[in-house]
Design a protein around this ligand. Structure first.
Ligand code: SF4
Ligand code: SF4
Ligand code: SF4
Length: 297
């Protein structure tokens, strides 16, 4: 009898913990959205700056964008893609659009299941971003990319976040941003999964073993696939080994697993998931503020 009472109590405690964790995650994402709305563009400018210098045969000089890229890459190697999960304003926009689309589909169109792409097509579509990255690198290396003005949906979005309207010359960027937002309404993390060249760069980076998220499949519930179903990029941590680079470290799998079967080794040091989340956010905030200041040097 005592055991029966203990189980619901533990479940209640876990539920409360997850509610606080979700609230903390939303707050962290809002803070980064307001404070660093263009961080993703700055990081990718670092990639472009690097490749353009190589293409021109120039000596590699250090500038604020390359420093930002180094900072983002270093943070990703140590902590996983925390940037994509919690910091990037474009990722937050994608989640907000998808959530709003779900609400509209449920309340107005009375759909029980939100529209999304067939799961089988996802691994194939995820490769498109590598092709985009490859094309951008080639265009930078041959010196063409710098002459393409007004094509970037990121630049349009960055402008909007500063409460400025895009220029007339950014018409193609505006159209692309509208198409991307439509995609965001139809698929979780549409841009991140399928199109983002910065995401492709992150996916190539290794993650230190102590920060990699793993499930312990021996103790999984039979027939359970809750983690994969709730993962915005459709992977099961630790099992889909060759797609682990896609993991955006959002921790939705950890929050969903009915057996608390998903973890990362750092949890042995910081046991409380909320404290761990806030700790990483504070380190990123300190690093991001430093890198932001470097751009004015
Ligand atoms: S994949 Fe790209 S757009 Fe998505 S969160 Fe990461 S950097 Fe931002
Ligand atoms: S749900 Fe888990 S496996 Fe999927 S992206 Fe988020 S942290 Fe990674
Ligand atoms: S949600 Fe947990 S129990 Fe279910 S498959 Fe994933 S790791 Fe296993």
């Amino acid at each position: 009898m005592k055991q029966n009472n203990e189980l619901p109590a533990a479940a209640q405690k876990r539920k409360k913990h997850l509610r606080i964790k979700t609230a903390a995650a939303i707050l962290i994402r809002l803070v980064f959205f307001v404070l660093m709305p263009a961080a993703f563009a700055a990081g990718f400018n670092g990639v472009k700056s690097l490749v353009t210098s190589i293409g021109k045969g120039e000596a590699l000089g250090m500038n604020g964008f390359i420093l930002t890229l180094i900072g983002l890459a270093g943070f990703t190697i140590v902590f996983g893609r925390f940037f994509c999960g919690y910091v990037c304003a474009f990722g937050t926009l994608g989640d907000a659009v998808y959530a709003l689309s779900g609400l509209i589909q449920k309340k107005i169109f009375k759909r029980k299941k939100q529209i999304s792409f067939p799961e089988k097509t996802v691994p194939f579509l995820q490769k498109i971003k590598y092709i985009i990255l490859f094309l951008i690198v080639i265009l930078c290396a041959v010196g063409v990319y710098g002459n393409l003005k007004g094509y970037s949906p990121w630049d349009v979005f960055s402008k909007l976040t500063t409460f400025k309207l895009p220029d007339e010359g950014q018409l193609i960027g505006i159209i692309l941003l509208i198409l991307i937002i439509i995609g965001m309404a139809l698929q979780k993390r549409f841009f991140c999964q399928f199109l983002c060249p910065m995401g492709a760069v992150f996916a190539f980076l290794p993650v230190m073993p102590f920060s990699a998220i793993r499930s312990h499949k021996d103790s999984c519930l039979k027939g359970c696939s809750a983690c994969r179903k709730n993962c915005p990029v459709h992977i099961k941590p630790g099992e889909d080994q060759f797609r682990d680079g896609e993991c955006i470290a959002c921790e939705k799998c950890m929050n969903t697993c009915p057996k608390s079967n998903i973890s990362r080794p750092t949890q042995m040091i910081i046991k409380n998931e909320i404290v761990s989340l806030i700790f990483r956010a504070l380190i990123f905030l300190a690093m991001g503020s430093f890198l932001g200041m470097c751009r004015f040097w």
